[in-house]
Design a protein around this ligand. Sequence first.
Ligand code: ATP
Ligand code: MG
Length: 427
Amino acid sequence: MAKQPLIQAIRGMHDILPETSPLWHKVEGIIKSVLDSYGYQEIRLPVVEKTELFKRSIGEVTDIVEKEMYTFDDRNGDSLTLRPEGTAGCLRACLEHGLLHNQVHRLWYMGPMFRHERPQKGRYRQFYQLGIETYGMAGPDIDAEIILLSHRLWKKLGILPDLELQLNTLGTLAERLLYREKLVAYFNQHLDELDEDSLRRLETNPLRILDSKNPAMQSMLKNAPALMDSLGEDSLNHFNTLTGLLDELGVAYVINPRLVRGLDYYGKTVFEWVTDKLGAQGTICAGGRYDGLIEQLGGKNNYAIGFALGMERLLALVEQQEDFRPDAGVDVYVINVGENAARFAMKVSETLRDEVPGLKVVLHCGGGSFKSQFKKADKSGAEFGVIIGEDEAEHKLVSLKPLRSDDEQKNMSLEQLTTTLRQWKQS
Ligand code: ATP
Ligand code: MG
């Protein structure tokens, strides 16, 4: 164990070290190719916003706003908050730049989010999310599209069999208010069965009680009235069309009437992709429709649906796949001993980068014996060593040595080297 530095990272905020970044790159690459294939565009947003934005959008009585936000006064005395999620900032930006006026958008962003939670596996204080947000489409076709997009992503990552799609509808605000009354009446008949958290929520956010994981409350919750029974025709049609589309396209789902989501701004479609392979932190991706938030932030009546995907949880699941290996960081390690050899080796490396598209070349810098350089070449994971001594340098030759097989080492010209490596790279 290395000696600890004087100052260490903040609890729950983790470093992503060079040995893990290839896995991130591979997963991010797959995510981007899937997003491209649906025509989604990237939006990059500030990490800090005015505190008021989150209070207004996420809702005062949610876990996030009540206890998880990193809020501070800046030097002007304005209250700012490190973004705990991306939906509010994305919508703020689109409203501010007039992107919602008679337009349709399919957007994505990726970056760190901050929540002051109790750190544990799959739960951090700084974590990364991929978010997608779409605007201007009433659904349910776009609702189906974003679910299909996520479904395609799991397939490409090989984790579809580990995930279950849970689906629910929250109806409209009016329907939810009606339901809320029925629910509060039901809970009032079962006050002695509610835990402390739920008693508090009974006043503030009774729907969230349905989300409780407390085993003692489960049978009481099972018998609670279902929101589905309070829905009007429009909401029911929306939901039934969505499930019809999913059926037709072969996307399996389970309807979970107790899926209410932690945030206030959802209505109609809500969904989560969950796994039982990651212990308690099993929700990988969560989303839903939030038409109402647009007016809440001062925009005109419009439509919005999106999801957020927790990157650390996704990676933890992907890592369990035996055959999902990140690409090697290095193809060729250029070993050189002697002054002229070092000069020639630099030229060789540059030529390889010019001539062989995509080839990853590491030039050994800083001298040292052949033996010590071979060790580094081996450790780098490179497929080949290119060996240059003073002799080779003088005759403008190199030696190509396969490092991962017993094939023979061969002397060749620089031209032969580029041809050989180009063929290997293409194969
Ligand atoms: P949870 O119920 O696990 O607290 P949440 O409902 O607060 O999740 P969302 O706000 O919906 O989570 O965020 C979307 C996704 O982001 C989650 O499904 C999860 O994958 C990820 N996520 C949320 N909070 C964290 C965290 N503290 N650390 C790592 N990932 C997180
Ligand atoms: Mg949470």
